[in-house]
Structure formats: structure tokens, C-alpha cells
Design a protein. Structure first.
Length: 223
């Protein structure tokens, strides 16, 4: 595994794993480059809850990364503090937001002067939304985002000034759809919302449809 101080971006179509210095030690990350020439942007993708098996290998996180690569983005997915080879302890979204912002800054140093896309699934979606207030992405994708009692109990994070796609399944058995949708509708303007039927929380058997929706958003021109 590479160290950040010795890291060189992988060639087009390839990926490398490395350790990046973070706020609580080092963070395990995987950087993937799109096929073709120079990246059109960068993407940083956040994984589900660290205390319930969430990691950068999650299949929805992988799907987000795959879509970002197809959109021509240099893509980083990573393990939050305390997960895998990342050091530190779980910090109820506060430290995890700092982790995400540290990796956004690092990626901007690797691929400068290009737009940022932030994305995340479940707990990672909430972290991505919190980080967006500081990172100022061009696009945000949140899958099955929780609020309130599911995370830190705080008020919803501010609405980022960017295009935002929020996807959720109406029969989510982990994060209540109605509660989340009520919060999303209260934002001004609300995000672009897409509701699945019968996909549960983890989109078992529905990843192809999920990827199609994400790809359409990433490939579309700003309104």
C-alpha cells in the first residue's frame, strides 16, 4: 500500500490503495482513475455507518464510484476513522465529516482546478451533506440519507449551493422514507428526489437501476 508522501496517481483506468494523513491518524483510501485522458473532475464517496459494518467496499459505495468513473471523474472512496486500516475512533459524524474534508483537500491537491462531486450512502450520505457546506461541491448525490435520531440528533445540515440528487426507497427498513422525505422537502430549493419502490435499504437486486439513475444525474448538464 502506498503512502501519501510517495503517491503518484494511477494510470488511466487503474486504481491504487494508499494511506492518507487525516485528522485522527491515517485514512485508508482507494483512488481510481477514469479511462481516457485528463479527469473532468474529482469525486469523494462516503460509506455507511462504521458501527454497523459500513466500509468503502459496500456495494452501493462501489456503484457510486463506478458511476463517477464512467462520468470521467478521478474517484476516491475511503474508510472512515476506525474502519479497516484507518486509525481513530467513531465520532458520531463529527470526526467523520473532518475525515471527508481532509480527503477532499488531498484529492484537490492531486487533481487541481477541476469540479468536485460529493456522494454517500446512508450515514455516508449525511456526512457528505455536512461536508458540502465547507467543500462547496458542484454536485452532491445522497442515497438513503438519514437525519436526526439516526445520526447525531442535530438539526439538518444547511442546503448546499449545488445540484443535489437524493435517492431513497419507500420501503426502506433502516431509514424511514417519510421522515427523510419530509426533511428533504423542507430545504429551499429541495433536492432532486427519486423514490424507488421495493428496493429496501440496500437496493438488493436493484443496483443496475440505481446506477442508471446516478449516471443520468452525473452525465446531465446543469439546468
Amino acid at each position: 500500500m502506498d503512502k501519501a508522501s510517495e503517491f503518484q496517481l494511477p494510470a488511466a483506468g487503474l486504481q491504487k490503495e494508499l494511506l492518507v494523513d487525516g485528522p485522527a491518524g491515517h485514512l485508508q483510501a482507494l483512488v481510481s482513475m477514469p479511462k481516457g485522458t485528463s479527469p473532468a473532475g474529482i469525486a469523494v464517496i462516503c460509506h455507511p455507518h462504521p458501527l454497523f459494518g459500513g466500509a468503502m467496499t459496500n456495494k452501493v459505495v462501489y456503484s457510486l464510484a463506478s458511476c463517477a468513473l464512467k462520468a470521467g471523474l478521478a474517484t476516491l472512496r475511503f474508510n472512515f476513522r476506525g474502519v479497516g486500516k484507518s486509525t481513530g475512533l467513531y465520532d458520531d459524524s463529527r470526526g467523520e465529516t473532518d475525515d471527508a474534508l481532509a480527503l477532499v483537500a488531498w484529492m484537490k491537491g492531486q487533481v487541481p482546478a477541476v469540479p468536485l462531486t460529493l456522494a454517500g450512502f446512508s450515514f455516508g450520505a449525511y456526512v457528505a451533506l455536512k461536508a458540502a457546506a465547507v467543500a462547496k461541491p458542484m454536485r452532491l448525490v445522497t442515497i438513503s440519507i438519514p437525519f436526526g435520531r439516526y445520526v447525531d440528533g442535530a438539526e439538518p445540515p444547511p442546503r448546499p449551493e449545488c445540484r443535489w440528487l437524493a435517492v431513497h426507497s419507500r420501503d426502506d427498513d433502516v431509514v424511514d422514507f417519510a421522515e427523510t422525505d419530509a426533511v428533504l422537502q423542507a430545504y429551499r430549493p429541495p433536492p432532486e428526489r427519486l423514490a424507488f419502490e421495493g428496493a429496501g435499504h440496500f437496493y438488493h437486486g436493484r443496483l443496475t437501476e440505481l446506477q442508471s439513475a446516478i449516471q443520468g444525474f452525473l452525465d446531465s448538464a446543469p439546468p
